[in-house]
Design a protein around this ligand. Structure first.
Ligand SMILES: [Zn+2]
Length: 385
């Protein structure tokens, strides 16, 4: 790994860019560093002005380029048992420790370094960088950037999302929809329970419907044996309801998620759940007109399913280490959104392992940084005129 890469990585890791915090200081650092090599950045802020995405590129603007993409936010370190400082890079035993080292400031440091190198060359196709905020809380930030890139006259011909994959090519992941459901009933003295509508009971009926939908997806939905669980999954993760045992509750909220194979349509699933909710509510309204089930969408990101034979994958394979495999993973990335909004082939490939992400004493092997550097140097070579 070049000393400059380590310098950049150290600086990136010293910014506390936990998703709840501002990432502006990091973005300004990257903007200034790129500008010192003559590369201009486009900064796309969120509505608060405290967070931003960055887009930059070097090379001919009228040609489709290679877009390297990463998220700048990290998960919190508070409450975890760290033995090294979380927001600093500690180099020891052939590893770099610290929050974000593998997820995914290591890749960002390599991508920035590649861009700085690229600025010194004549390119026949551009090399581009996209940095986002708020990925860890549901791929929230990158959407505004994609709104802008979507309108650009020339789109990239491929996009590399540098999430930690041990430099393997990940071509697919499931999408995810998360939803909050408000089940409403009629409050009453519990001795009169059968004459009222118990919101928790309504919620139980709705959960039964969700579980039935899981059975249907398992047996009649799309199947993809590349995944550990080869079908779309439905799960209730949280339920809150009731005030006291002697009160018939009038509200119960439950949060559920669907992790869908790209072939299973989330909108169709939700429509089906609304129909089932209607049946439950129709029954409950025989007792009270206040009975209701309202489903609110909290977040959706699409799945990714890049075909291994597409030109972009074959092109990238030239720069990968021999024996680099393709696979699908259970975790989500921004890749599905890049594919959906820009209609560009997406490959998820970056240094480090997801096994080390989100944990105390997160680290990246220096050998992985070296592998990432070789990959990006090879890629850059192919873009050089
Ligand atoms: Zn990540």
């Amino acid at each position: 790994m070049k000393p400059r890469v380590l310098d950049i990585l150290k600086t990136l890791m010293e910014f506390d860019t936990v998703s709840s915090e501002s990432n502006m200081a990091l973005i300004e650092y990257v903007r200034d560093l790129l500008l010192s090599h003559g590369i201009e950045s486009l900064i796309v802020k969120d509505e608060s002005g405290k967070k931003a995405n960055l887009f930059a590129g070097t090379g001919p603007k009228d040609q489709p380029g290679v877009l390297l993409s990463g998220h700048t936010d990290v998960v919190p370190a508070a409450g975890q048992a760290w033995t090294v400082p979380a927001f600093a890079a500690t180099v020891k035993d052939g590893r770099i420790y610290g929050r974000g080292s593998c997820d995914m400031k290591g890749f960002i440091a390599l991508a920035i370094d590649a861009l700085l190198d690229a600025a010194g060359h004549r390119l026949n196709r551009p090399l581009q960088l996209a940095l986002s905020h708020d990925e860890e809380i549901g791929c929230v930030g990158v959407r505004r950037l994609l709104d802008v890139l979507h309108l650009a006259p020339v789109r990239p011909f491929l996009c590399v999302i540098g999430e930690p994959t041990n430099m393997q090519f990940v071509l697919g992941h499931k999408g995810k929809g998360s939803y909050r459901t408000y089940c409403r009933g009629l409050e009453a003295h519990s001795s009169l329970a059968p004459r009222s509508v118990n919101a928790i009971h309504v919620a139980c009926d709705f959960i039964a419907a969700l579980r039935e939908s899981q059975r249907q997806l398992q047996h009649h939905g799309a199947q993809d044996t590349d995944y550990d669980v080869p079908y779309s999954t439905v799960h209730v993760g949280q339920i809150v309801g009731g005030k006291a045992l002697n009160i018939v509750p009038n509200l119960c909220t439950l949060d559920f998620e669907v992790r869908n194979l790209p072939a299973d349509d989330l909108d169709a699933f939700l429509e089906q759940m609304r129909e089932r909710a209607e049946v439950i509510v129709r029954e409950a309204r025989k007792l009270s007109s206040v009975a209701a089930i309202e489903i609110e969408t909290l977040n959706i990101y699409p799945g990714l399913d890049t075909h291994p034979s597409v030109e972009a994958v074959r092109f990238l394979k030239q720069f990968a280490a021999p024996g680099t495999g393709t696979s699908k993973v259970s975790f989500g990335t921004e890749g599905g959104l890049f594919k959906q909004r820009l209609d560009v082939p997406v490959v998820v490939c970056g240094p480090g392992s997801i096994e080390q992400a989100h944990k105390p004493d997160e680290f990246i092997e220096i050998s992985q940084m070296d592998a990432g550097e070789r990959f990006l140097q090879g890629l850059l070579g192919s873009l050089t005129a």
